[in-house]
Design a protein around this ligand. Sequence first.
Ligand SMILES: Cc1ncc(COP(=O)(O)O)c(C=O)c1O
Length: 327
Amino acid sequence: MSKERFEWLSSVAGEVIKIPGCESNVKEIFDKCWELRKKREDIVVFNQFDEFGNYLWHYAVTGKAALEVLRKAMSAKDRFTGLIASSGSAGTISGCGDYLKENFPESKIAVGEAVQCPTLLLNGFGGHRIEGIGDKHVPWIHNVRNTDMVIAVDDNDCLNLIRLCNEPPGKAFLKKQGLSESAINDLSLMGISSAANLLAAIKFSKYFELTSRDLILTVFTDSMDLYESRLEELRAQYGKYSELEAVKDYNRSLLALNIDHILELNYYDRKRIHSLKYFTWIEQQGRNVNELNAQWYDYPDYWKNIQSREDNIDKLIGEFNEKTGLL
Ligand SMILES: Cc1ncc(COP(=O)(O)O)c(C=O)c1O
């Protein structure tokens, strides 16, 4: 994780335990949680990868917000073609994706990951630099049976893009290409995994030969606030950014994007990805195999049951806030 991400964590947590490894070493975090839980029974682990509160939040909150945005942006002749989002906990792609597909049954759900860690694409593994996504497993809360496509993007393209969009010679070059002043001022809203989402969305558009009638949706999960040190590291590694570098990055990491590393999922592709859950969640993390099967064979009822908990959970949150005097 970047220096800023550690600093931010320290500002919100009483104690931060560092685990060796890179972005995709999440199994090691699970191991540490088990170690702590075995020592003290009163420890509660909020695991974003298997807590359905995460899925439900993205279904009920991100999903509704996304729909509101789409309704505003769409004219009568437009169609919503798909949601594209990389998977970290899969909360966004799964929860928001299910909500949007319910509202636009013809639309697609496309999940992104890193070419360097192609777990969904190839049952693959590996280290990558897109902070916040791609953890060498399929999250328990991912509704794989409703996912239509996997798109892997190169982490080099993500880093090239954040250099292009944040280094002054990059911004000056983009201005020459016709980008407005206000768009240039907003470029720092796109962090590394947001760049991954943008690149995946472009690949999606090329794959389905989208036209001006099509609207797609992706999310910018975080901004550059937490990654300035990554820009410094890239400067130290490759030298000062120049217009020549900007021209290279613009062409190789944006214009040259094509439809490689994409898989449009059929029934058995989905089942292959779903089955990967077995090794993480049943063998390692002690979840129940009947529930794993229910996610697949009781589709969509298993998922609808979770979605139907929204009102009850809202009530419980209300009661909790009342009790604690938080609101
Ligand atoms: C920076 C960043 N990008 C992307 C994601 C992925 O989102 P999700 O966990 O909903 O799949 C996360 C999630 O933790 C994140 O921290």
